[in-house]
Design a protein around this ligand. Structure first.
Ligand code: ARG
Length: 591
């Protein structure tokens, strides 16, 4: 089935044609159509067009109205104010369009694919080996996962890359220590290791290695030599390094599972994955003159990047001691993503505090010709998670908050909320536990996704698990309530009846449902999941008004009204479910 054209698009087309025919000089004309409370839509574009054509806006509006035929789509069109148009649609057009959305066999709800899909490599969820995941790693994972789902839904080819921190001088000390105490990471073959155990092993090793490093000069020397061995690819050193990576992955996967997020091993290509490219990256930059030698280091300079003393701050691609840093790796990753993975868009879901780094890296890649008009890179920068006091989120002891602790607390709180209502619903203990997870993790994700990514936000669990307001729980309850109505409906099925007149609350709900497709294309084009969250919240609010004003299962309703209202709430539930799934949030059937 072809994608469903929205009512907005239909009306837009009608008005644009009428405008072009009316204007003294033919031109493409945008009627600037908006949803409106007075009628279904208001067109505000005539004012500006009249000014350009030196015409009277009310006259022009009147002429446009004369061109528009009222029919099955447009019930009424009239001039208002200085030259606005108020447009009211027929009830039939609304119900028929929604019926077409509901009938979409692929369960896409009639959402079209993007006009020009391409290949996007998205760099997100990038924790560091042998280190805890903390609240800072939450945002990249949550936003990245939502953007992946949204892009794939509109037809983009997406390659996921988890650029984990698995390389660098810090590993010398760890490798040397483990080599000297090889049994400290022995795993028992029979019992699978938990993520918590893996992390506690890594913490213990890290502390022990650190103590040796700080107190024993000879160990320090041996550890430094290990860095050189690692970079040279010495097999034994690499094997020991690999044990740290594997142990960390056990931990990462356990955290991602708690986050209810699928991370695939094949998509984990850490900093180490670009090691073989670093030499050539530097050679290419130096030969092309993009990078120059400065005080022994290989550097790229920018006119607009200066330190506090007014001197230029370069991007260092290779240090004076010959070592490569973070920038060389990112530049090599760009070459891989553009030339091997054939991406036309590179997206980096990374903390806004790394914006200068990416600005310099992208500019360097452009000068080198690796990025251009057709192959673009963008940082999807996100802000900081703050505590209730408005300062960067810390534990009471002033330490960084571990991601698992934060999720566990959210799940505990949510389970308490779910339990309170559970008795009435007759939920089993198993269902309570599962719903507690979905509600708790959903609350954390939604709070993160419902503010625009660049902004900081306060981590406030009381607010996040509240049943009222702009929270995921509110949306999850809206969904579950519909499912409960559908269960109670007995033999009555959701069936659209285009011949029925609609109540105002039904029209408002229906017109909002019809916007889903256009909204998603917009969300995908701008990488803005927060707009999807806002849309879903409005959808649930329309639903609440609908319940207030229209009874679904009432004996007073003729059967076709019951069917049509069941049809409306069923499509609302499917839209909520689809939208929440695109945000990575579950919608339990019974809550
Ligand atoms: N591992 C880094 C961190 O924890 C983030 C990596 C971001 N991605 C990149 N391509 N540099 O800060």
């Amino acid at each position: 089935m072809p994608p469903v054209t929205s009512l907005t698009a239909h009306v837009h087309q009608r008005l644009a044609t009428a405008l072009t025919a009316t204007l003294p000089e033919p031109a493409a004309a945008d009627p600037l159509l908006r949803r409106s409370d007075r009628a279904d839509f208001q067109a505000n574009g005539i004012l500006a067009l009249a000014k350009k054509a030196k015409a009277n806006p009310r006259d022009l509006a009147t002429q446009v109205v004369a061109q528009v035929v009222t029919d099955d789509l447009i019930k009424d069109i009239e001039v208002s104010g200085p030259g606005f148009l108020n447009i009211t649609l027929t009830d039939r057009a609304i119900t028929e369009t929604l019926a077409a959305r509901a009938a979409d066999p692929a369960d896409r709800l009639g959402v079209p694919l993007a006009a020009h899909p391409g290949t996007t490599v998205i760099d997100y969820a990038q924790p560091n080996v042998a280190k805890e995941m903390h609240v800072g790693h939450l945002r990249s994972a949550v936003i990245g996962d939502a953007v992946v789902r949204i892009l794939e839904f509109v037809g983009e080819s997406v390659v996921r890359r988890h650029h984990i921190g698995d390389w660098g001088t810090q590993f010398g000390m760890l490798i040397q220590y483990l080599d000297e105490h090889p049994h400290e990471l022995d795993r028992s073959a029979d019992s699978a290791e938990t993520g918590e155990e893996a992390m506690s092993n890594l913490n213990r090793l890290y502390k022990a290695a650190r103590t040796h490093f700080d107190s024993d000069e000879e160990f320090k020397t041996r550890a430094r030599r290990r860095v050189v061995d690692l970079q040279a690819g010495d097999p034994h050193t690499l094997a020991t390094w690999q044990r740290f990576v594997d142990e960390s992955k056990v931990y990462f996967f356990s955290v991602f599972e708690k986050l209810d997020m699928e991370i695939r091993d094949a998509d984990i290509v850490g900093e180490s994955g670009y090691n073989d490219m670093l030499d050539e990256t530097c050679r290419l930059l130096e030969e092309s003159g993009v990078a120059v030698r400065s005080e022994g280091a290989l550097c790229v300079f920018f006119d607009d990047v200066k330190g506090p003393d007014g001197n230029p701050v370069p991007l260092i691609v290779k240090k004076s001691d010959g070592g490569y840093g973070y920038a060389a790796t990112d530049l090599s990753a760009i070459r891989n993503r553009v030339f091997d993975l054939k991406a036309d868009t590179l997206l980096y879901v990374v903390d806004a505090r790394q914006s200068l780094h990416f600005k310099m890296v992208f500019e360097t890649a452009r000068r080198a010709g690796w990025l251009n008009e057709d192959t673009k890179a963008q940082q999807l920068a996100f802000g900081t998670v703050l505590g209730k006091d408005g300062k960067p989120f810390k534990t009471r002891e002033g330490e960084t908050v571990r991601l698992v602790d934060l999720l566990d607390e959210a799940i505990d709180r949510a389970t308490a909320v779910v339990r309170e209502k559970a008795a009435k619903m007759g939920l089993s203990e198993e269902e309570i536990v599962e719903n507690g997870r979905f509600v708790g993790v959903g609350a954390v994700k939604y709070a993160d996704l419902s503010t625009s990514a660049v902004r900081d936000y306060k981590f406030d669990l009381d607010q996040m698990v509240s049943l009222n307001g702009d929270t995921s729980v509110y949306l999850q309850y809206a969904y579950a309530r519909i499912q409960s109505i559908l269960r109670k409906a007995g033999d009555a099925r959701p069936v659209a009846h285009p011949e029925l007149a609609l109540a105002p609350a039904e029209r408002a709900l229906g017109l909002h449902l019809d916007q889903f497709g256009e909204l998603l294309l917009d969300v995908a084009a701008g990488y803005e999941p927060h707009k999807l969250a806002a849309y879903l919240y409005q959808l649930a609010s329309h639903l609440t008004t609908f319940y207030d004003q229209c009874q679904v299962l009432s004996d007073a309703n003729p059967p076709e009204v019951v069917e049509n209202r069941l049809f409306l709430v069923d499509l609302t539930a499917r839209t909520l479910h689809r939208g929440m799934a695109l945000l990575g949030i579950r919608t339990p059937e019974r809550l």
